[in-house]
Design a protein around this ligand. Structure first.
Ligand code: NAD
Ligand code: AKB
Length: 312
């Protein structure tokens, strides 16, 4: 039997740090190679091998996969929604070419599995807003969403035509305390904790009643690992699975934080990110993920807020 050897690309980002640590616990530090453009993250130091890698350099990526006998790749490098709108062509180029490089090497080297995350950003203004279904109108309005939607189609294509076992989740906005977020529209839901604790005040860049689907990082990490460990026969969606946990507005999370930090006050100064948020779903129907591989979230808003404040 081939030994699992994992490569994580974008390991120093918001998800990468926690996913790398979680996978190293399961597979052993030496069997999970972390890589990124940036310097190694403090929390990863001493926990396993680290390689400096630009995923856009396909040749270098290919050599790395062969040299380390890699069997699974987790591709997390991307430009997120808010940063993407500032430089749309760069976001398109990086988000698409990184995925095509990985899928093509997976095909050539017959890798066991590939993981690549999509996002609720695939949905657009014409998608149903409440309990947005797995299969529905998908007309993303941001370059980030367009790249995620195209990426989903490429994943399904590589699976159908070349048998690449690629798996994907449409993450909602992810909330975490270990590593900083990387330029998304949902980042307010992390900033708010830091400002509440440091200044007892937060000015939100989204308006008070903007509902968005959200998830606490421990749930997202568990979902990722559960999907990757599921039997092939359990996976009926080869584009990307809807994944849900909670949905709240800035004023709702503000009120929940106020229960723990009574002096906390909030105001609102919506900017260009409001338009992005307005084009996304308010809540997600993830019944396909629940039925196929048993997805069930553990954290709701009160439980997440309490845990965040305990750790920050
Ligand atoms: P992030 O921005 O925090 O991390 C991305 C990492 O990729 C960074 O460390 C960056 O240095 C690295 N990177 C960028 N370009 C690279 C390159 N050319 N070569 C190698 N590394 C490069 O992002 P994240 O929040 O951890 O997101 C990871 C993935 O999950 C992305 O595909 C993102 O679209 C998706 N996602 C994230 C969220 C969220 O709320 N965090 C929600 C939905 C989907
Ligand atoms: C973003 O806001 O860009 C991300 C996402 C939901 O994909 N957090």
């Amino acid at each position: 039997m081939k030994k699992d050897k994992i490569l994580i690309i974008g390991a120093c980002g918001q998800i990468g740090v926690e996913l790398t640590l979680a996978l190293r616990k399961i597979y052993g530090g030496a069997n999970v190679v972390a890589s990124d453009l940036r310097e190694e993250h403090e929390l990863l130091k001493g926990t396993g091998p680290y390689v400096s890698l630009d995923v856009m350099n396909k040749e270098m990526l290919h050599v790395l996969v062969i040299r380390h006998n890699i069997t699974q790749v987790y591709l997390l490098a991307a430009i997120l929604s808010a940063t993407g709108e500032k430089n749309p062509l760069l976001a398109w180029h990086i988000n698409m070419q990184s995925l095509l490089n990985v899928l093509d090497i997976a095909k050539e080297e017959n890798l066991d599995k590939v993981y690549w995350p999509s996002s609720i950003a695939v949905f657009g203004p014409n998608s149903p807003k409440e309990n947005t279904p797995q299969h529905t109108t998908i007309e993303p309005a941001t370059v980030y969403g367009i790249s995620k939607f195209a990426g989903e189609r490429w994943c399904e294509y590589y699976h159908r035509h070349y048998g690449v076992d690629v798996r994907s989740l449409r993450y909602p906005g992810l909330i975490s305390y270990k590593s900083a977020p990387g330029g998304g529209t949902t980042d307010y839901a992390i900033e708010i904790f830091h400002d509440a604790l440091e200044h007892k005040q937060y000015t939100c860049f989204l308006s008070e009643n903007t509902y968005l689907p959200m998830m606490y990082m421990p749930d997202a990490i568990r979902a990722t690992i559960e999907l990757m460990e599921a039997d092939q026969q359990q996976i009926s969606v080869r584009s990307s699975y809807n994944l849900g946990a909670m949905s709240f507005s800035p004023s709702e999370i503000g009120n929940e934080i106020k229960k723990h930090v009574p002096a906390f006050v909030m105001d609102y100064a919506p900017d260009y990110r409001q338009q992005i948020a307005d084009s996304w779903p308010k809540s997600i129907d993830d019944s396909q993920a629940r039925a196929d591989w048993g997805w069930k979230p553990e954290y709701d808003l009160p439980k997440m807020v309490k845990d965040m404040l305990e750790h920050l």
